[in-house]
Write a protein that binds this ligand. Structure first.
Ligand SMILES: Cc1cc2nc3c(=O)[nH]c(=O)nc-3n(C[C@H](O)[C@H](O)[C@H](O)COP(=O)(O)OP(=O)(O)OC[C@H]3O[C@@H](n4cnc5c(N)ncnc54)[C@H](O)[C@@H]3O)c2cc1C
Length: 476
């Protein structure tokens, strides 16, 4: 690595060390790729003073997998010495005791935080990796065959020049996406209604939820939840638990397609009386029903209860489920009316990636192409810009970006979203990214066409707004 305090040159930047970025680092260590990845300099940049777990532990819900799935991310002979201190960690033993049940995400995050710290300390010491914590990526400029990553810390701006950038800064829920997807179906939310993101509500405790919903409940206003995924059923349960005795009697859940339930086998689904499409809902590799898109664990229990009894969990709060596409005859009209009368609409319809400003060296903005559930990227998370040009050397696969289904690993044909989750981050998803980054680092760089340079010093003096509008909105 070379450079001074204002500009640094390295082979790879890992931007964002939440579960996705850390998954890549764990995997590089397990697979023996770390020395190669760090050879020309590896800089990890994260806005948090304690990188490692991102937002996962902030959600006040249970995981959508059993504890063993998270332990499997730590289980590898190459990591045995690094993780030895975990033998004495209460967080580790708490997850071990829940190896076959779904733990609270706060407990998962505690374990991942400890494991991440051990990995980060190790790679800094052993491979000379640089960890820039409390440092925010504000802008990325593509110049020729490399990227300029602008970062800010303690009010000071500096630049990293790098051939590869792995960028997983988390996701946010853009209310305009909700409005657009409802409009596509001929549905609308009145201007008087508040749109709340599931992401924000799932991070609130009961007192905060009661405060937020107080006016609506006092006025007997209508609450609509839009979406049919894990988040939607987690929101139903958290609202019912927190607000039942504050006056919440009923919630309306508006969902586009049928609520999908996960079963280990087609036989188990038949035995439970669950109706599914044997050709489209069963994964040909694993034989599981709704493997990628089905509700699991606690969300599955809440979903089953809602479908069979119209109740939320153990509470007395009722839920009306209204399917807007190819559902029973009157449900579209009832959904339209429910949304039109809504006081609060909770958005549970997926995430968009949090991105810094992206541009070409000449100043032209780069917009990444989206598909349902994330970004339009290749199997290594390399995205396309709006003109269909692939942005070689840039990789995104975390929340809001995701990856397409890998046919070798399988999924159900009816699932058309993107795949993301902690286990994938630590295994297949990051594995392809590591291979792609290493291949790039081994290939000589194409010399950039000279473009008018934007000097680091002039950047500081101009006092440009360092947060791109999306970032500002998402953090408010
Ligand atoms: C409600 C909910 C429940 C979920 N439950 C599960 C589950 O049970 N099991 C599972 O496997 N997956 C689950 N997921 C999916 C996924 O694993 C998590 O969302 C996970 O937190 C995503 O990790 P990430 O690294 O992409 O993003 P984040 O967790 O958001 O981490 C982003 C990181 O980037 C950093 N950052 C942000 N902005 C900047 C910037 N400008 N500059 C530098 N650094 C920055 C942050 O400090 C953070 O460390 C869930 C997701 C949601 C939304």
């Amino acid at each position: 690595m070379q450079g001074d305090h204002l500009e640094t040159v390295c082979g790879c930047v890992v931007g964002g060390a939440g579960p996705a970025g850390m998954g890549l680092l764990f995997n590089a260590l397990k697979s023996g790729a770390m020395p190669e990845l760090a050879k020309e300099g590896l800089i990890i940049v994260d806005a948090s003073p304690t990188p490692g777990t991102g937002r996962l532990g902030d959600y006040r819900i249970t995981a959508n997998s059993v504890g063993d799935v998270f332990l499997d991310c730590l289980r590898d002979p190459a990591l045995r010495d690094v993780f030895e201190p975990l033998e004495h960690s209460p967080a580790y033993w708490r997850i071990r005791r829940q190896a076959q049940s779904a733990p609270q995400l706060a407990d998962v995050a505690e374990l991942l935080a400890e494991a991440s710290k051990l990995v980060l300390d190790f790679i800094v010491e052993r491979y000379g990796v640089k960890l820039w914590s409390s440092t925010t990526i504000t802008e990325i400029v593509r110049e020729g065959d490399e990227y300029q990553v602008w970062v800010e810390s303690d009010g000071r701006s500096r630049r990293i020049r790098s051939r590869a950038v792995v960028l997983n800064l988390g996701g946010w829920q853009d209310p305009q996406h909700l409005l657009d997807s409802l409009a596509d179906q001929g549905l609308a939310v009145p201007p008087s209604a508040q749109i709340q993101s599931a992401d924000a509500l799932l991070r609130m405790n009961a007192v905060q939820l009661r405060h937020l919903f107080a006016r609506t409940l006092a006025a007997k206003g209508r609450v609509c939840v839009v979406g049919g995924s894990h988040s939607a059923f987690s929101v139903l349960e958290n609202l019912a638990d927190a607000l039942e005795f504050a006056g919440l009697e009923e919630v309306t859940l508006v969902h586009r397609s049928p609520i999908r339930l996960f079963y280990e086998t087609a036989q188990a689904a038949h035995d439970a009386g669950y109706v599914f499409d044997a050709a489209r809902d069963v994964c040909p590799v694993s034989g599981r029903v709704n493997r990628s898109g089905g509700l699991r664990y606690r969300a599955l229990d809440v979903g089953r209860e809602a479908l069979s009894k119209g109740q939320i969990g153990k509470t007395g709060v009722r839920v009306q489920l209204l399917q807007t596409h190819q559902g029973p005859a009157d449900q579209f009209e009832r959904a339209r009316q429910a949304l039109a009368e809504a006081d609060i609409v909770v958005q549970c319809t997926g995430y968009q990636p949090l991105l810094p400003g992206l541009s070409h060296a000449g100043g032209e903005a780069i917009t990444l192409m989206e598909v349902k559930g994330g970004l339009d990227s290749d199997p290594s998370g390399c995205p396309l810009d709006a003109s269909g040009q692939r942005l070689h050397g840039l990789h995104l696969f975390g929340l809001g970006a995701g990856l397409g289904v890998d046919p070798r690993l399988g999924s159900e044909a009816s699932f058309d979203g993107r795949i993301y989750g902690v286990w994938q981050f630590h295994h297949d998803a990051s594995g392809v990214v590591i291979d792609s980054v290493l291949t790039r680092l081994q290939t000589p760089a194409i010399q950039p066409v000279a473009a008018a340079p934007r000097l680091v010093s002039s950047r500081s003096e101009e006092r440009l707004p360092f947060l791109w509008p999306v970032l500002v909105n998402a953090q408010s």
